[in-house]
Design a protein around this ligand. Structure first.
Ligand code: ZN
Length: 116
């Protein structure tokens, strides 16, 4: 299956950043924190759902290693799966979802400077 949203390249230009480039010329950098926040697995979706219903949302709990990307592996030719430093590895990001996340959270050049 050909997918126009399959990125040409995915790189990690900085320990906290992930960068991707698509065939249509769209390139973006996002923080790994955002990639983790948007984890599409059922567990995380559920968690986000619950949080959005809380009248006074609490600060999110930080688990050591949760924003450390250990591995990004291809699933067939339609998705990638992320393995995080806290052991979480059930998220499968389809190319469409990945592109959506990158468009939503793309860092602006001035925001990127913080990571130089
Ligand atoms: Zn998840």
């Amino acid at each position: 299956m050909y997918n126009r949203f399959a990125p040409k390249a995915i790189t990690k230009p900085h320990p906290s950043l992930i960068s991707a480039e698509w065939g249509d010329g769209f390139t973006a950098n996002i923080t790994l924190e955002k990639l983790r926040e948007e984890c599409p697995c059922a567990l995380c979706k559920d968690e986000r759902e619950k949080k959005s219903k809380e009248p006074f949302p609490m600060l999110k709990t930080f688990v050591k290693g949760m924003n450390e990307l250990k591995a990004l592996d291809k699933v067939g030719n339609y998705a990638v799966t992320a393995k995080w430093g806290d052991g979480h590895d059930t998220g499968i990001y389809t190319w469409d979802q990945l592109r959506e996340i990158f468009e939503k959270h793309a860092l602006k050049p001035e925001e990127l400077k913080k990571f130089e």
